[in-house]
Write a protein that binds this ligand. Structure first.
Ligand SMILES: [Zn+2]
Ligand SMILES: [Zn+2]
Length: 245
């Protein structure tokens, strides 16, 4: 389990370096790929929640602790999102200028990755299959997430190299989150279903508020069909994992 978890965390951390690829790709091509990817990530996230996490969460029935953990996942990610988008506005000369607090974004990013580490460790504690399905769900949503982090740093005035390095180091907090979870997991009994409930809440939040709206920005029938196919593909991948069980 430790090796699998380590590999999953290493994979997620490497995704933070994907910004480097965007340098040589035209914006139009990138947009198309990201849209398909976002749709695929949505399918994987909601698929993981309802196909893999839910059975684990409901093992001993839906207790109030489970309900509050799901709600906690939603609320914590709402707060993190706010931190990442933190802006500071001046009202000068009738035109508003806003500065993002770049370091605040970086802090929010670190917390996000820390929590992803907690979720992954919890998933591997629940079992190899949940660990695997959740790694896929986290990895897929991290691709648009990390490209966004990188873009925020560039907009904040970082050079490309510096943005990549900072984004990579901020992703390493996932190892800290995973380590702490492993330590506390052995001390607190029944922590795993609560962590999976928390993961379910956060995945539903991310899919519903970050990813789905990305697909509604403009309407194009061909794109809409592609989006639908990729959402179903994401759910399909999660369903296929059931066969391994
Ligand atoms: Zn994440
Ligand atoms: Zn990041």
């Amino acid at each position: 389990m430790y090796l699998e978890l380590f590999l999953a965390l290493a994979l997620i951390s490497l995704i933070s370096l994907l910004g480097i690829l965007t340098i040589n790709i035209s914006e139009k091509t990138l947009k198309k790929w990201i849209e398909a990817l976002v749709a695929f990530a949505i399918g994987a996230l909601i698929g993981d929640v309802f196909i893999h996490l839910l059975p684990e969460i409901s093992q001993n029935g839906i207790t109030p602790e489970i309900s509050f953990s799901i709600l906690g996942g939603i609320i914590i990610f709402f707060i993190l999102e706010k931190v990442i988008q933190w802006k500071h506005c001046h009202h000068l000369d009738h035109k508003d200028t806003c500065h993002r607090f770049t370091y605040m974004s970086l802090f929010g990013d670190m917390m996000h990755n820390f929590i992803d580490g907690v979720i992954l460790a919890g998933a591997f504690m629940a079992g190899p299959l949940i660990g695997f399905s959740t790694t896929i769900a986290v990895a897929l949503h991290e691709i648009p997430q990390e490209l966004g982090d990188y873009a925020v740093l560039i907009k904040g005035g970082f050079t490309k190299k510096r943005a990549l390095i900072y984004n990579f180091f901020s992703s390493l907090t996932s190892f800290v989150g995973a380590l702490l979870t492993l330590i506390f997991g052995t001390m607190i009994e029944g922590l795993t279903p609560l962590l999976m409930a928390f993961a379910a809440g956060s995945f539903l939040y991310i899919a519903g508020t970050d990813l789905f709206p990305e697909l509604h920005k403009e309407f194009d029938l061909k794109q809409a069909i592609i989006q639908l196919i990729f959402i179903l593909l994401g759910i399909g991948v999660m369903s296929l994992l059931l066969l391994i069980e």
